[in-house]
Design a binder for this molecule. Structure first.
Ligand code: SAM
Length: 284
């Protein structure tokens, strides 16, 4: 029986039984695998790290998409960086937006996800509002003059091609490409194991926004407890909107979800004390 052993950390790792291998190939950018596991459904890995599983992807995608979209309240133009599996696009397309641009570095991730993870995009790659760009997210941001209401960085960890998406320059360009009340959210790792990541982002992204914090959700296959999502905006009211307003916006949208709801939205900004302490260490 073959197993997949994640190589994210030196001292600990998670291991998955490969019940059926659908795809394994070194793409132009990364080592991509898609396989089936009896408990988690289809699993995608890149460079030895779990990216997404059919069983728990909803938590990640719903929280990284709906929290900024609902908080903004009127987002019309959205940019997704990364997210080749299509799950983020699926959730964003549930909103009454005018356009969504997705900038993914690896065409193979998009193609193989449409073929072997069809439930992730659920047809969203055919949405006429989509402009799919195959490019490095950093390169795109540096060169574009477009402005967005919400930018979502659905990236790999800051290793390999994803590393630039955690740089000072990336945050600065993302800020430049946001409308004045725009919101940037980013995948920011599991601080129980990746404390450096939350601290570095706090410093780098914090330098660009007047309101910068994290919100979180527990995603079983990004193991180690809460995953943090970085939140940056110059509109401080976006995360302090009244619970009744969130409820009303959500009801009007009529989107059905399995994790996100107005209660989870609001409570996700409460950070456990070990994360608060890690951020305080940066400040002092
Ligand atoms: N949910 C996942 C996680 O938290 O690990 C992220 C999954 S998604 C598949 C990550 C995507 O980011 C991949 O498809 C990868 O090709 C893409 N990516 C990595 N670096 C990138 C870059 N510099 N520009 C654009 N896309 C990038």
């Amino acid at each position: 029986m073959k197993h997949f052993k994640e190589t994210l950390y030196d001292a600990v790792c998670q291991e998955y039984r490969i019940d059926k291998l659908y795809f394994e190939h070194k793409t132009e950018h990364q080592h991509l695998m898609i396989f089936h596991n009896a408990m988690l459904g289809r699993v995608m890995t890149l460079d030895g790290i779990v990216q997404t599983t059919e069983a728990d992807e909803f938590i990640y995608h719903e929280m990284l998409a709906h929290v900024p979209m609902v908080a903004h309240g009127a987002a019309k133009r959205v940019l997704i960086i990364g997210g080749g599996d299509g799950g983020m696009l699926r959730e964003v397309c549930k909103h009454p937006i005018e356009s969504v641009t997705q900038v993914e570095i690896d065409q193979a991730v998009v193609d193989m996800s449409i073929e072997f993870l069809p439930n992730h995009s659920a047809g969203a790659y055919d949405d006429p509002r989509l402009n799919l760009v195959i490019d490095d997210g950093m390169n795109f941001l540096k060169n574009t003059q477009e402005k967005f209401d919400v930018i979502i960085s659905d990236s790999t960890d800051p290793i390999g091609p994803g590393e630039v998406l955690f740089s000072d320059t990336f945050y600065a360009h993302a800020k430049r490409c946001l409308n004045s009340n725009g919101i940037l959210v980013t995948q920011n790792g599991v601080p129980f194991f990746q404390k450096d990541e939350v601290q570095t982002t706090y410093q780098r992204m914090g330098a660009n926004f007047t309101d910068m914090t994290f919100y979180c959700a527990p995603i079983p296959t990004y193991y180690g407890g809460f995953m943090t999502f970085a939140w940056g905006t110059d509109d401080a009211t976006a995360r302090t909107i009244d619970h009744r307003d969130i409820e009303q916006r959500w009801q009007q949208l009529g989107i059905s979800t399995r994790y996100y709801n107005p209660g989870m939205h609001q409570s996700s900004f409460a950070l456990p004390q070990y994360i608060v302490a890690a951020l305080n260490d940066v400040e002092s």
